[in-house]
Write a protein that binds this ligand. Structure first.
Ligand SMILES: [Zn+2]
Length: 468
């Protein structure tokens, strides 16, 4: 078969997340090169493939799931973890994040993405959508080395108040040219693991010209657009005032034709019922980031979006918005938040909202559709790419295991994820990342973070009675 490596993994429980929701209690997968060529009962897969397999691994006692997909993460913010805790949104943005991001070098971006990637891989993520950061070339280098899959986006702004001097002068032409060049240079690189998307930071920092040209360019390149949408009430008020629409960002984006199947709208918290309908009609994808939302933004109507047919997936957002870059934690939070959210409207919780099977789909197949790769990743099926995680439930966190799907959502911790395969290659085995030197990355990250915070002049208020 063309010399491609054939791997058989067997003896494990397999949660396929395919359209028939198949779960094999004693299952196996055959993987040839980067593709899944068989999924089924261990006995039948072994009978067909074991004689010519290059590697046969017995995962008895483990569970195998599709790799998780994080659809909103700022990899370049990883060195800024802890610089913006317990502050209001404007302080967060103007005094911490913008000084931090505008002082980053390409090397910082590379180190930050490596550090973030380590945390993502440990939490079972095989693919992520970058929300828009600086120095995409640094991210590309890191993603290539990590062996993970990513849709990379440059943070793009051509207007707005309070921007750092370095960014304030970027014209719409420059914004477009840089992104088009990035697309030409890097799209489909690293064995097609890397896709380049177009970015819109948020409507407060985008002229109509930038919005419309971004839509046109993304359509021409057949790629996606990643944008923060309807994050805070102020954003909607600003849009109503400056753009003359009756409601907020989503209504305006609908009016100018920006809502489309290739728009990944992060957060989308402050939307009304008519806007949910607009997004559903246009097949917009929504990235729900429960931790970041609860911390700073509010409660998105996720249950309503899902029942309107919107593809909602999960994201961690960046380290300064969440601190934990674990999609495992987000699965747990997404279910809890959305069960509790209706307390404000109905005076009671809804324990049936967003059940475990829905959450698992959001973290896998919906994530795949959100990054426009629903045909090739997001479930364990013949013909799809071999992106998978191996879960060891034999720890105090997951014992006893009565109901596999609920256990993966409500009990699993990052520490239960033992091995990760992306694109047919093991990138983590027995909780050791095989592609990069974790200790070296962490040492470099500490050093780079300290220098960057000093260079950016970011002062953190002292807490506690610190004794040196
Ligand atoms: Zn974000």
């Amino acid at each position: 078969m063309g010399g491609k490596k054939l791997t058989v993994v067997h003896g494990a429980g397999i949660i396929t997340v395919d359209s028939e929701e198949r779960i094999y209690v004693n299952g196996a997968l055959a993987i040839e090169g980067d593709q899944i060529v068989a999924v089924g009962h261990s006995s039948s897969v072994l009978a067909e493939y074991s004689s010519r397999a290059d590697e046969i691994i017995d995962f008895e006692g483990s569970w195998i799931l599709p790799g998780l997909i994080n659809t909103h993460v700022h990899t370049s913010q990883q060195l800024g973890r802890g610089i913006a805790d317990d502050v209001d949104l404007l302080t967060w943005l103007h005094d911490r994040i913008w000084p931090y991001e505008s002082n980053m070098s390409e090397q910082d971006s590379y180190i930050s993405t490596l550090l973030c990637g380590i945390e993502l891989i440990h939490s079972g993520v095989t693919c992520f959508a970058e929300a828009g950061g600086q120095h995409v070339s640094g991210m590309v280098k890191a993603v290539d080395e990590l062996g993970i899959r990513a849709c990379l986006t440059r943070s793009t702004m051509d207007s707005g108040v309070g921007l750092p001097a370095l960014w304030a002068s970027e014209s719409t032409d420059t914004c477009m040219k840089i992104q088009e060049d990035l697309f030409t240079r890097f799209n489909a690189s690293a064995d097609d693991r890397i896709r380049i998307w177009f970015g819109l930071r948020q409507i407060l920092n985008a002229t109509d010209d930038l919005l419309l040209r971004t839509k046109e360019a993304a359509a021409k390149c057949n790629t996606g657009i990643h944008m923060h949408v309807a994050e805070i009430p102020f954003e909607n008020e600003w849009v109503m005032e400056s753009r003359g629409v009756e409601h907020g960002t989503v209504s305006y984006l609908n009016k100018i034709g920006l809502l489309d199947h290739n728009l990944l709208a992060a957060h989308s918290v402050w939307v009304d019922a008519s806007e949910v309908e607009m997004m559903a009609q246009a097949r917009v994808k929504v990235s729900h980031c429960p931790a970041a939302a609860m911390r700073m933004l509010g409660f998105a109507p996720v249950a309503e979006m899902l029942s309107a047919g919107i593809c909602v997936s999960l994201g961690t957002d960046g380290a300064p918005s969440n601190n934990r870059m674990s999609l495992v934690d987000e699965m747990y939070l997404a279910s809890l938040i959305n069960k509790g959210r209706v307390v404000f409207e109905r005076g009671t919780t809804d324990p049936t909202a967003l059940p475990a099977e829905t959450i698992l789909k959001m973290a896998t197949i919906n994530g795949a559709k959100s990054v426009l790769q629903g045909q090739s990743i997001g479930s364990l099926e013949v013909g799809k790419k071999a992106d998978l995680i191996v879960v060891n439930p034999d720890k105090w966190t997951m014992i006893p295991l009565h109901d596999p799907i609920s256990s993966m959502v409500y009990c699993m911790r990052t520490e239960n994820i033992s091995s990760v395969m992306c694109n047919g290659n093991w990138i983590m085995r027995d909780q050791k990342i095989l592609t990069v030197d974790e200790a070296l990355v962490m040492a470099n990250a500490k050093n780079a973070a300290m220098k960057l915070i000093t260079r950016a002049g970011i002062q953190l208020p002292k807490r506690g009675n610190v004794i040196y």
